[in-house]
Design a protein. Structure first.
Length: 132
């Protein structure tokens, strides 16, 4: 339909989810021989694939957000190994280049929650509930 924004295709979403599962499994099993990654539980929250499937943006969050920069650095150091592992476990024509970023959505959600709990905002929300 004209005028509607088109999101990622089902294939992009499916491949992104497949890559997410593979990376999560690798990190959970401790297949990456890295001291920093061995000490942290890392969640792979989302993988966004480029339309040509050659690039994957991987969003991660260490448990409780601890040592996020150190974990990101360790993942970036081990990118070649992780790319090889993903390429071996997927049936794609090209090995996707991985780019690791911190997932800020949790922080954003916490910030919004904090704002909504502020007394002035809570008072305004209660007032709007009364008028409905």
């Amino acid at each position: 339909m004209p005028g509607q924004a088109e999101g990622p295709s089902v294939r992009l979403l499916r491949v992104g989810e497949q890559v997410r599962h593979i990376l999560a499994e690798i990190l959970t099993r401790g297949d990456v021989h890295d001291d920093v990654l061995a000490k942290h539980v890392v969640s792979v929250t989302e993988v966004r694939m480029s339309p040509d499937l050659r690039h994957a943006t991987v969003f991660i969050k260490p448990l409780l957000g601890k040592d996020e920069e150190a974990v990101l650095k360790a993942l970036r150091t081990n990118t070649a190994f992780l790319q090889r592992e993903v390429a071996n476990r997927t049936r794609l024509k090209y090995a996707a280049k991985l780019k690791f970023l911190a997932d800020e959505s949790f922080d954003e959600g916490s910030h919004i929650e904090k704002l909504l709990r502020h007394p002035k905002v809570a008072r305004d929300l209660e007032a709007s509930d009364d008028t409905e």
